[in-house]
Write a protein that binds this ligand. Sequence first.
Ligand code: T1G
Length: 697
Amino acid sequence: MSEAVQLERRGEIALVTVDNPPVNALGHAVRAGLLAAFRQAEADPQVRAVVLVCAGRTFMAGADIREFGKPPQAPSLPEVVDVIESASKPSVAVIHGTALGGGLEVALACHYRIARRDAQVGLPEVKLGLLPGAGGTQRLPRLAGVEKALDMIVSGAPIRAGEALDSAIVDELFDGDLVEAGLAFAQRLLDRQLGPRRTGERNERVREDGLAELIAHKRGEAQKRLPGQFSPQRCIDAVEAAIQLPLREGLARERALFQQCLDSPQRAAMIHAFFAEREAARVEGLAADVQPREIRSAAVIGGGTMGVGIVLCFANAGIPVTLLEVNEDALQRGLDRARSLYAASVARGSLSAGELERRMGLIAGVLDYAALNDADVVVEAVFESLDVKRQVFEQLDAVCKPGAILASNTSSLDLDAIAAFTGRPQDVVGLHFFSPANVMRLLEVVRGKATANDVLATAMQLGKRLKKVAVVVGVCDGFVGNRMIFQYGRQAEFLLEEGATPAQVDRALRSFGMAMGPLAVRDLSGLDISHAIRTRQRQTLKPGQTLPTVLDHLIAAGMLGQKSGTGFYHYAEDGRAPQDNPALPAMLEQAAAERGIVRAPVSDEEIVERCVFALINEAASILEEGIAQRASDIDVIFLNGYGFPAWRGGPLFHADSLGLPHVLGRIREFHQRLGAWWQPAPLLERLVAEGRRFADL
Ligand code: T1G
């Protein structure tokens, strides 16, 4: 047996234990160990049943993702799974933690499955650009039915043990000790003379009527929800094989489709994103022994959209939180908004009424700063003005206890200036949430010059506790995400003035894979917000840098985007799809005349390259200035805060996949044609000269 898999006899039952920290990934040693163990149990005449458990915090959480892209090592997981299912003695998988991907597929090959009540099971392969490649697409439909299997496989979302029981994926739930529960269940099988029950041989559920229509419906749904992604449709192809083919042929079809996904560049991009997210948690220069401060209670200043979203983040994590507002009306509006957001979740069925009250019970409202004297962390989410921030931080400095962490949610103001409003700059950090704060996973943790290491460590730990993806960024205008998106949005507006329409710009970038077009995003966030930022930026323009003027014309006409009913688009009262804004063409003609250009057709390719390469060029400067720790952190920021398509891995992974020489070549052309904003970043030029990529940094 390998050290990753142990086999021991408990009377007539063979107990197989997998022990491969941290998540019992099915790396080569585990696969070889499982194969040997099940073969040995099969050959041992004293053994009448097999129980499979995992040590540590979870049942196998899937194949070892680090092995993808490397030469495969026998035995393959399908080979192991085949030996398990075809065994002549009944086997029981004892699930705890998260049985995911290949882990669940091993459990499906066992003849019976029991799960600890707090366990989860799932097939998340689609999130890695893959599909379940060890029988999951053939066995799960046979157990849970085609519709349930399609939902789980195409969404990649795990389900709780109770739902798995209801879907016949597991046979029984248990509490307490894994081995005891497994042995007891196996003993009952023997007492009742129950032998193997092979999932692969159960065909009744994959031969039901109406499955072809169901498949067609799911294809349309997946195409709409995940446009551009390769593996969701392949997942559906594989499940369709379960309906159309006998098991053996279905497994062969699944393997062929798995290989197609494995070979797809999207798999490499999405696995890059998986590891990049975990790498972002590592803060350079932060010793591993730095002790985070304890966060038992929180406070939020400002009950606007952002503030209430942040309040919900704390309440959702079970952290008591106090909301402070300037007057009773504003405070009540904030608390009512919190309750209405929870009520919407209850209406959607994603939150129980009891849980709503429990979470609302964690939220207090106050008008007096003195009430914040015991908060461990305070997050201000007030108006984006340095003067307003000054007032807030001077008061916090006066009332908060020593050691309290004072955080600003500012999206681009100078955190060092904010820290200087207090006598404790070492306790000040930026916690830049993204709207809606209770939904968006990204959290930019802004490290000020004076921010103490333990404050930074606390902020990162708090981010994980709030179920955010926390990424450390440095201080500059817009930190990382907004600083890059300023360039991206600016190009979108320049392209309008040069001849494109909002619908064309947004369509081109949506077909690139962005969740929303840049102009629709501007309309959503409010053109007045963009205009205020634009006004501030006008003060810091470098020679040759100009700004588009279409925004000025829209603001002058009172067109603020969705909030006023018209911006780059017109939004009809009845919520129909946005229409063209009839006043825009004249504004664009005027803006073009002001810049001395004649509007002419623009290609979709130019639109995508101008907007995306603007991101890449700015990112290179950000890396050079040390505002981001690493290139993959910038990818994580754009994947989790700006709707960049996961199947492209992020702007810098995408740049590497295009080839930096090509990217630099186009940027140089833009620089020649369009001037100052396109000055190639020195780091980009250096990487190309040295034949390196962003990934090599
Ligand atoms: N392979 C390799 N390493 C993994 C891993 C995996 N499957 N899962 C986690 N890790 C590492 C992770 O990089 C981190 O490392 C540490 O474990 C803790 O992870 C054939 C083809 C299980 C829910 O997609 O969803 O099976 O940073 O920080 O927040 O059909 O990890 O400490 O060095 O995420 O408690 C399918 C992926 C694979 C599951 C735990 N399985 N993992 O979350 O800890 S493809 C997955 C997760 C497959 C088969 C197909 C989560 C978790 P380090 P963590 P966590």
